[in-house]
Design a binder for this molecule. Structure first.
Ligand SMILES: [Mg+2]
Ligand SMILES: [Zn+2]
Length: 174
């Protein structure tokens, strides 16, 4: 039996977006994110991070720096009782024709195959248009975490949220 999941953008959705993040000390949860994810875990949801980290492919940060940030991210969430079934981090620059850089749906499909997840009963949640299009490309329902710096055509996402309280209202039980 395939399970539904929450596919989550990381930067600007769970933690503050620090650009091409290289400093683990800069990892800071957005308000309500840890509590919200903990609540959603209690409701039975499986979590998968789907993140574009092209700073690596662009040569702006090293793979080790990117992984150190991700490690700090995972340990902070683990301290809140939140674990991720997988984290798919695309390190390619946009000029590489990969299938894992959002809005391509490859990371969602790969995680779904690896972990027995059903994209059609899942959500993709993120703060940029590429997140919403990625979710749509994979057949997920979508929630745009509103971000004034990255406007999204209002009809594109299924829902918009102003924070984790809204996401908790929109997403029911797994
Ligand atoms: Mg983001
Ligand atoms: Zn990629």
């Amino acid at each position: 039996m395939l399970k539904p999941a929450l596919f989550l953008d990381r930067d600007g959705t769970v933690i503050y977006d620090r650009g091409y993040a290289r400093d683990p000390e800069g990892v800071e949860l957005l308000p309500g994110a840890a509590e919200g994810l903990r609540e959603l875990a209690d409701r039975g949801w499986t979590f998968v991070i789907v993140s574009n980290q092209s700073g690596v492919g662009r040569g702006l940060i090293t793979l080790e720096e990117m992984l150190a940030v991700q490690g700090r991210f995972e340990s902070i969430l683990a301290a809140h009782g939140v674990e991720f079934a997988a984290s798919h981090l695309c390190v390619h620059s946009p000029d590489v024709d990969c299938d894992c850089r959002k809005p391509a749906p490859g990371s969602i499909f790969r995680a779904a195959a690896d972990h027995g997840l059903d994209p059609a009963r899942s959500w993709m949640i993120g703060d940029r248009e590429s997140d919403i299009v990625c979710g749509r490309n994979a057949g997920c329902s979508t929630i745009w975490m509103r971000n004034a710096d990255h406007p999204v055509e209002p009809t594109l996402p299924d829902h918009a949220a102003d924070g984790w309280d809204d996401i908790l209202r929109l997403v029911g039980n797994a």
